[in-house]
Write a protein that binds this ligand. Structure first.
Ligand code: SF4
Ligand code: SF4
Length: 177
C-alpha cells in the first residue's frame, strides 16, 4: 500500500503591488538598456560590436573557412578522387564523381569529374581536410558567404579550384597546421 504524501503549505508572504506589476524590474531593465544606448551613441567606448564590414576582427590562422581544391604545378587538380573526404564528411555534403585520368602516372590515375560541396550543409569541421591523403583540399579564411538561393550554395570544381599562387594570409585550416 502506498502512503499518501502529506500536503505542505508554503507561506509566500504578502507580495507588494510594485512587485506584482513588475514595475521595478522593468525600470531597472530600461535603465540598463538606455545606459548602453547612450554609451554606444555618444561615447563609442568599450563597445562589444564592431563596424563590420568596414572593420574586421583578426581571425586565427587555423580558422575554417571556404574550401580550396589545390592544384599541381601543371594546373591539374591534386585530387585523385579517392572519396576519403566524402566518406569522412559528417554532414554528407560532398559529392564526387570520378573519371579516368588518361596518361597520368599510376598514383593519380583517377580525377574528379564532379566535385561539389553544399556549403549550406557544411558544418566547417575540417574533417575533409584531415582525411585527404593528397593535401588536395584545404580551407581558406573566407567565411563571409551569402547566397540568393540554395543552388548557389552548391559549389563545384571551378568555384573551389585554387586560383593562382596561394597567399598564406588568405589560408585557414590545412593539413599539419
Ligand atoms: S568541413 Fe566538414 S562538413 Fe564541411 S565538407 Fe568538410 S567534412 Fe564535410
Ligand atoms: S579531396 Fe582528397 S580526400 Fe577528397 S577525393 Fe580528392 S584526394 Fe580524396
Amino acid at each position: 500500500m502506498i502512503d499518501t504524501v502529506p500536503t505542505v503549505s508554503v507561506d509566500r508572504g504578502k507580495i507588494p503591488l510594485s512587485e506584482k506589476i513588475y514595475l521595478g524590474p522593468i525600470v531597472t531593465g530600461l535603465k540598463v538598456t538606455f545606459r548602453h544606448f547612450r554609451r554606444n551613441l555618444i561615447g563609442q567606448k568599450d563597445v562589444a560590436t564592431i563596424q563590420w564590414p568596414e572593420e574586421k576582427r583578426p581571425y586565427s590562422e587555423r580558422v575554417r573557412g571556404r574550401h580550396i581544391l589545390t592544384t599541381r604545378e601543371d594546373g591539374s587538380l591534386r585530387c585523385v578522387a579517392c572519396f576519403m573526404c566524402e566518406t569522412a564528411c559528417p554532414a554528407q555534403c560532398i559529392h564526387i564523381e570520378a573519371e579516368e585520368n588518361p596518361g597520368a602516372p599510376v598514383d593519380h590515375e583517377k580525377r574528379p569529374k564532379v566535385y561539389e560541396i553544399d556549403l549550406l550543409r557544411c558544418i566547417f569541421c575540417g574533417f575533409c581536410v584531415d582525411a585527404c591523403p593528397e593535401e588536395a583540399i584545404i580551407m581558406s579564411r573566407t567565411h563571409e558567404m551569402a547566397f540568393a538561393c540554395r543552388d548557389e550554395a552548391v559549389v563545384g570544381i571551378e568555384e573551389l579550384r585554387q586560383k593562382g599562387p596561394l597567399d598564406v594570409e588568405e589560408l585557414g585550416y590545412r593539413p599539419y597546421f
